[in-house]
Design a protein around this ligand. Structure first.
Ligand SMILES: Nc1ncnc2c1ncn2[C@@H]1O[C@H](COP(=O)(O)OP(=O)(O)OP(=O)(O)O)[C@@H](O)[C@H]1O
Length: 500
């Protein structure tokens, strides 16, 4: 049997930020041809550990050895030169550059002082082909969908042909087929003795690709095992530190008689057309379909970000005009956007300022800010969503990805909405927190809030929704009750107008 070499060993790694220990005495071996899963709750330290291994952060304690010799990476470029590449969860792409330029960043083919643009784009295409994806490499990243951005990020990491490929939540924006392509690619490169490290909150990703699993909890490894000896529930229990049952909260028993929101013949230019939907009071309406079928346009139109250009928008039976988010807010509408970094958060501000962003003015009495109420509201938001923070004044950009998403959610819940539009609200959120968010959504519907959830997660769509609309090529192709929904039924509507 071929012996497999250790490529990298992380020994007793610890990391502190301003005295706060987020990683403690963690050791890991990266062996050729193995795929390691790192799982854990939001804020457990997964990205921090990967940043240390890939040169983005230096450890406070401990050391890294490569091929048996100690190495100190000054930065991620140095680590990449040594064969370690990291495809980040918070994508690292340049929006105003092409897909090709992003993929080839730092390894551009040169002729004298000039970049050979044609060759660069040919090489980028070869890398995408090798992984198994097709994207026009001449397109600007700013025009890409989230899944295309994610694919570009993966290709950018693979461009340096690393010995260790780290993928942080690589499928969070990918659909099932795109995820399958990635899994096939991972299996292919394992055969070529690459070591893959995969961080994912999706258990399917891990069981499809990995051989070894590590569970990180509060900065420490609490469990390590060959993956074949584990079950999903076992891993989740290790992550959360207690028994775990993966159940969705119970659905509404009776259909609500009152329609809160109706859209009749809604259109946004020609991108979405003939949108007819009814959103009953106190109900979860799920909107599904394959990626890019107009869901994004519809969610933005509902919140007035890019309003309907035709059709009627009715709330409580009355026609309304919602041409901007501020008009939407007047009608007690809240919106959790898909892209938390650009639309959901003010990254330069603190956790407290972000949580209070929508209600700050309201709390001021005669121009004075009520500090006590602010404190209470912030603490309640943190508690309600289990947001992992050191202190409320901490910059929101220093939170882990999943915790940032929870801040966005908390900020909007604070407005006490009657209508809540959620766009991929649990992307990057750990399994336990997901269930807590589902419970919270259910509790909100019990107080009469109407919720619309746009999600590419089929299980979430089926598990959570009372009613489901499916979109296909900018139109509604199907409407079924959550109880009747099956994956097959939804796929039928997702692939064809009318679903027949
Ligand atoms: N620059 C920083 N300053 C202060 N604290 C930080 C900084 N970067 C990360 N942290 C903290 O380190 C902890 C671990 O964060 P990390 O991003 O590694 O978590 P994670 O396990 O990757 O979470 P997620 O699943 O949400 O991505 C978090 O509590 C986070 O707030």
């Amino acid at each position: 049997m071929e012996t497999k070499n250790k490529i990298l060993t992380g020994k007793n790694l610890s990391k502190e930020f301003n005295g706060n220990v987020v990683l403690e005495d963690v050791s890991i071996e990266c062996i050729e041809g193995t795929a390691i899963a790192i799982v854990g709750e939001n804020g457990a330290g997964k990205s921090t550990l990967m940043n240390i291994i890939s040169g983005g952060l230096s450890p406070s304690k401990g050391k890294i050895e490569m091929d048996g010799k100690e190495v100190v990476f000054r930065n991620s470029v140095a680590a990449r030169k040594k064969g370690i590449a990291f495809a980040h969860q918070e994508l690292s792409l340049m929006a105003e550059m092409t897909v090709g330029e992003n993929i080839m960043l730092g390894r551009e083919p040169m002729k004298g002082p000039f970049i050979e643009q044609k060759k660069l784009h040919e090489q980028a295409k070869e890398i995408l082909d090798e992984i198994g994806y097709q994207i026009d490499v001449n397109r600007l990243v700013s025009n890409l969908s989230p899944s295309e951005c994610q694919i570009t990020e993966i290709a950018k990491a693979w461009a340096s042909k690393p010995r260790i490929l780290i993928l942080d939540e690589p499928t969070s924006s990918l659909n099932k087929e795109e995820s399958e392509v990635l899994f096939r690619f991972i299996r292919k490169i394992l055969e070529k003795n690459v070591c893959v490290i995969l961080i994912s909150h999706r258990m399917d990703d891990i069981y499809q690709t990995c051989t070894q699993v590590f569970v990180l909890k509060d900065g420490k490894f609490v469990f390590e095992s060959p993956l074949k000896d584990t079950t999903e529930n076992m891993l989740i229990s290790k992550m959360v530190g207690r028994d775990f049952k993966n159940v969705y909260p119970e659905r509404r028993q009776k259909k609500s008689e009152k329609i809160k929101v109706s859209i009749r013949n809604g259109e946004v230019n020609s991108r979405i057309q003939k949108i007819n939907i009814d959103i009953p009071e106190g109900t979860v309406v799920g909107i599904g379909g394959l990626e890019g079928q107009g869901q994004r346009e519809l969610s933005k139109a509902l919140f007035g970000l890019s309003p309907f250009t035709k059709g009627d928008y009715m709330i409580d039976g009355k026609k309304v005009k919602i041409h901007s988010p501020s008009e939407a807010i007047k009608y007690k509408i809240a919106y959790v956007p898909e892209d938390r970094k650009t639309e959901g958060l003010c990254l330069s501000l603190s956790v407290r300022e972000n949580i209070l962003a929508m209600i700050l003015g309201k709390n001021a009495k005669f121009g004075f800010i009520n500090k006590k109420m602010e404190k209470q509201e912030t603490e309640e938001g943190i508690r309600q969503f289990g947001i992992k923070v050191n202190h409320t004044g901490m910059k929101v950009s220093h939170l882990s990805g999943g915790n940032q998403q929870k801040v966005v959610f908390s900020k909007w819940i604070k407005t006490k909405p009657e209508i809540l539009y959620l766009n991929e609200p649990t992307r990057g959120v750990d399994v336990q927190s997901k269930l807590e968010i589902y419970e919270l959504i259910r509790d909100l519907t019990k107080t009469g809030v109407s919720v619309v959830i746009f999600t590419s997660d089929m299980l979430e769509l089926i598990g959570l929704s009372d009613e489901i609309y499916i979109m296909y090529e900018g139109k509604i192709s199907g409407h079924i009750s959550g109880k009747e929904a099956t994956e097959e039924r939804i796929m039928q509507f997702s692939a064809k107008e009318g679903g027949n």
